[in-house]
Design a protein around this ligand. Sequence first.
Ligand code: ATP
Ligand code: MG
Ligand code: MG
Ligand code: MG
Length: 356
Amino acid sequence: MKIFLIYGGKSAEHDISILTAYSIMKEVYYKYYEVVPVYITKEGAWLKGLTLDAPPTHLEALHLTAGEEAALAIKEGAVSTGVPITIAEIKEKDAVIFPVLHGPNGEDGTIQGLFEILDMPYVGAGVLASACGMDKIISKHLFTQAGLPQVPFIPIIKTDWLRDEEKVLAKCDEILDYPMFIKPANLGSSVGISKAMNQEELIAAIETALKYDRRVLVEQGVEAREVEVAVLGNDDVHTSVPGEIVKATNEFYDYQSKYLDNKVTMQIPALLPEEVQTQLREYAATAFKAIDGSGLTRCDFFVTDDHEIFINEVNTMPGFTEFSMYPLLWENTGLNYSDLVEELIQLAIKRFEEKQ
Ligand code: ATP
Ligand code: MG
Ligand code: MG
Ligand code: MG
């Protein structure tokens, strides 16, 4: 069977996606699948092959030297020659699409819509779940409906901000206390997110977030541990043990600490009482159903010292390198990386067949 592994993409999370693609390539290339890597450049061109353009720090993170990586790619004839691939070439019978794109245009339902039109099975969330999961404002509304606990927040539309800044600020002051977290509605990897300690910082943070999206949200900041649960399945939902992101300081988990500093460790399973772990897993399954998830989702929570739980967000295409939280959570729940990749492909086929 042929797998089209689609990675890269125009979003700010381009580089992370390349890392994930390398991990999956290493895993499935020597199996019974024929893998065709499809690289979407930052400019949006679709090229056939494995790019060698990854930043060196990213190769290091995967314990791959540029030489090794190039050798792997060349050996398999996968190295990017800059040959364009058209969407028509992807439409093949008995092929599965494995998109490992993060953020807008990859994780938000747009490319999933293309796969629906191609009428092919694809790994992960469908159009609706991708769109709802990516949009932090919409997902919060769905979580409220599903009875999931979350911190208070205020959605802001750019036009309203430009028309009456004072009114928006007054509302933030009325409902929220500092610190506040300000986020673009549709992004990931902490891009465009700031923490504000006072009104001056809040204004700057809203302006920053608005550079990335025309809708942003201001959230109540909480002092809490960060715990994540992996969800896998279609209509039958399975959850992993929770894992904690342990940060060296109590600063927030920003882009720098996520991918560059190596100051973050993962504690799997999270050191939490059994009943708190069970509650987190139930909430994760509920969140998955609330957005109509399929395939995979990583559900992020805040857990306070007295074990109060708030759901933060869901990621329908979480980081998926061998060293990422999502696969490590499954590894610790009894499913290794290789079997996980296989399971995701099978879930994609199953969902496609059920739809026919
Ligand atoms: P990703 O998709 O990579 O997980 P993201 O860009 O979708 O991240 P969030 O997970 O919402 O962003 O936030 C990024 C980080 O900012 C969190 O992991 C946490 O460290 C911090 N943070 C976000 N919201 C809050 C909050 N309300 N209170 C305290 N910290 C927060
Ligand atoms: Mg996210
Ligand atoms: Mg994300
Ligand atoms: Mg997150």
